[in-house]
Design a protein around this ligand. Structure first.
Ligand code: TMP
Length: 235
């Protein structure tokens, strides 16, 4: 049964609400390499659109011209990048995306689905590269005008499974960073999820695509229909 139909039958609402004043919701997807989050973003966007929501999807780094230039400078190069330079490029891409895509979409009452956001920098450059995670979280807030996701879906995949999933595809610069780096990233994500259990929804990436999608739809449906995140109504 659709979200709107179920809500109508229950007599709850005629129009789905969102957790933000003025409408809109920000849902981010996070995880290590090859977690399958892009597929899940696409499936969720299709479903939400069918349900009548106005949806915007974006990818980090990417989507804007600055984001695409940063993506290529960050991933398609052989040279080593200083960790601070790496972080600065990710933050620049994020600032541009926040200002030109995310903030206007939220103000227009849209549901924004982001394939990676600030938590990626905290996990990869903070826990992975050894820069200060708290300081990176602060820079994320500064660069985005204080944007925080209403819900963050973390798809957890082991480092060895990620390597298997990549198969013969040539690795980019971050994928070449080594198993120990990626183990630190994975542990960093777990720590973030433990620290903010209300914002994070953690899923085992070993599950089949449709099972993951159904768990995601149910959690997102709860967020959008009740107009509250777990932050406001703990389970
Ligand atoms: P993607 O391939 O999932 O789109 O992600 C691009 C790569 O960039 C991936 O290896 C994760 C990495 N990354 C960071 O290290 N820090 C960040 O802030 C972001 C957004 C991505």
């Amino acid at each position: 049964m659709s979200l709107n139909r179920a809500a109508a039958i229950l007599g709850l609402v005629s129009v789905a609400r969102s957790p933000r004043a003025g409408g809109g919701a920000l849902i981010t997807f996070e995880g290590g390499e090859a977690s399958g989050k892009s597929t899940q973003v696409e499936l969720l966007a299709g479903w939400l659109t069918e349900e009548g929501y106005s949806v915007v999807t974006a990818r980090e780094p990417g989507t804007t011209a600055v984001g695409l230039a940063a993506r290529s400078a960050l991933l398609d190069v052989d040279d080593e990048l200083a960790p601070h330079a790496e972080l600065a490029l990710f933050i620049a891409a994020r600032a541009q995306l926040a200002a030109t895509v995310v903030t206007p979409a939220l103000a227009a009452g849209k549901v924004v689905l982001l394939d990676r956001f600030g938590d990626s920098s905290v996990a990869y450059q903070g826990y992975g590269r050894g820069l200060e995670p708290e300081r990176i979280a602060e820079w994320n807030r500064w660069a985005t005008g204080g944007l925080v996701a209403d819900l963050t879906i973390l798809i957890d995949v082991s480092v060895s499974d990620a390597v298997d999933r990549r198969g013969d595809k040539p690795p980019d610069r971050l994928e070449r960073a080594g198993d120990e780096f990626h183990e630190r990233v994975r542990a960093g994500y777990k720590r973030l999820a433990t620290n903010e259990p209300c914002r994070f929804f953690v899923l085992d990436g070993k599950q089949p695509i449709d099972e993951l999608q159904s768990a995601i739809r149910s959690r997102v449906g709860e967020l959008l229909e009740t107009g509250s995140s777990q932050r406001m109504a703990p389970e």
